[in-house]
Design a protein around this ligand. Structure first.
Ligand SMILES: C[S@@+](CC[C@H](N)C(=O)[O-])C[C@H]1O[C@@H](n2cnc3c(N)ncnc32)[C@H](O)[C@@H]1O
Length: 336
């Protein structure tokens, strides 16, 4: 049985000062989409601010998941952050979505204030729990469906099905143990993890903190990473996540399956200034993945990749580079 462990890494999300995060029971589809988008913006800006504070304070230990502890002895932080948090919390409401301005002119004190403002907005909106609720509603059949349905459809193709005996899977970012991936009966065992577990069969764990497997037995035939990479607040951490996934996949032998199910919101690959399907596939090829299936739904893109068993040894870098211009583009990308 999966036990709740002490939070570490990304799991150690700061609690609200007042401890009050009001999570609604259900969210209308339009509000759910808006909440998901806003949550991504807030997390991304938070990451940028923390990187700036890290530079200004020359504190290499500072991270998105530990800034409150790490700065607990910083007089300026204590003087600015906590009153600003309370002030923002009293002013903000669930619909607030002000533009967050971050540039190089911001002083350390202004950065603390902006950070407090973002934290207050996250808490007012119900925190990670509300984000998960919005995502779960996206999984509800009537509202778009469980993305693992597509995976199961693909795995029933003979090229996979015939090799799935005794197969196991790791589901990163699992909202429910009742999704098709768990109920299809194709897997002998499934390890389910999430930053915020909502079920005793889901281990509360940050994948980036998950200890590496010690041997082949501890690895998986399939890793499912559906709508998780876009949640990661920084392009290089997204690349690290994909690289880390390769360390959890079994070596392909010809008789087994070794693959990755990846799902991203469609605009990540169709409307980004710095990214598209070709760029993703270049990164995936470098990591040793070969695309076997691809499907584009209205809002989401799905891939099934076979892992060839090794990451390229070439000294190649995938950097941020504008490939599509236009004012209506988003900034999503992955670097490696
Ligand atoms: C948008 S939801 C997607 C859930 C589900 N996989 C789906 O396709 O609908 C993203 C989930 O990924 C989880 N998540 C994000 N980063 C993670 C990480 N580093 N380790 C584990 N879970 C993570 C979040 O907590 C959240 O529950």
């Amino acid at each position: 049985m999966a036990l709740k462990k002490k939070r570490s890494g990304l799991l150690k999300r700061p609690k609200s000062i007042t401890g009050s995060q009001i999570v609604p029971r259900s969210i209308k589809p339009q509000n759910a989409r808006q909440l998901i988008r806003r949550f991504h913006v807030l997390e991304k800006n938070k990451y940028i601010i923390i990187e700036k504070i890290k530079k200004l304070s020359n504190n290499q230990l500072l991270k998105i998941d530990n800034y409150k502890e790490t700065l607990s002895n910083n007089t300026l932080f204590n003087k600015v952050y906590f009153p600003s948090y309370e002030e923002s919390k009293s002013k903000l409401n669930k619909k607030s979505s002000e533009l967050i301005k971050i540039d190089d002119s911001l002083t350390e004190s202004e950065l603390f204030k902006t950070l407090a403002h973002i934290d207050a907005e996250i808490d007012i909106r119900g925190g990670l729990k509300a984000y998960q609720l919005a995502s779960t509603q996206g999984q509800n059949g009537k509202r778009g469906g469980d993305s693992s349905k597509k995976l199961v459809e693909w795995l029933n193709d003979p090229q996979y099905k015939d090799k799935l005996e005794d197969a196991n899977a790791l589901e990163i970012g699992c909202l429910s143990p009742d999704n098709d991936i768990s109920t299809c009966g194709l897997f002998k065992e499934i390890a389910r993890i999430d930053l915020n577990s909502q079920h005793h069969l889901i281990l509360q764990q940050d994948f980036m903190e998950r200890p590496l497997p010690n041997n082949e037995k501890e690895k998986f035939n399939l890793v499912s990473c559906s709508l998780v990479v876009n949640f990661v607040p920084n392009p290089s951490l997204r690349g690290e996540m994909l690289l880390k996934i390769t360390k959890f996949l079994k070596k392909p032998t010809g008789d087994n399956v070794s693959c990755l199910f990846l799902v991203l919101p469609l605009p990540c690959v169709t409307s980004s200034r710095y990214f598209d399907k070709q760029q993703l596939n270049k990164i995936m090829e470098y990591l040793g993945f070969k695309e076997t299936f691809y499907y584009e739904a209205k809002k989401v893109a799905y891939w099934l990749y076979d892992w060839t068993g090794s990451v390229s040894k070439k000294d190649q870098k995938f950097k941020k580079k504008e490939i599509h211009s236009g004012s209506n583009k988003n900034n999503f990308h992955i670097t490696l």
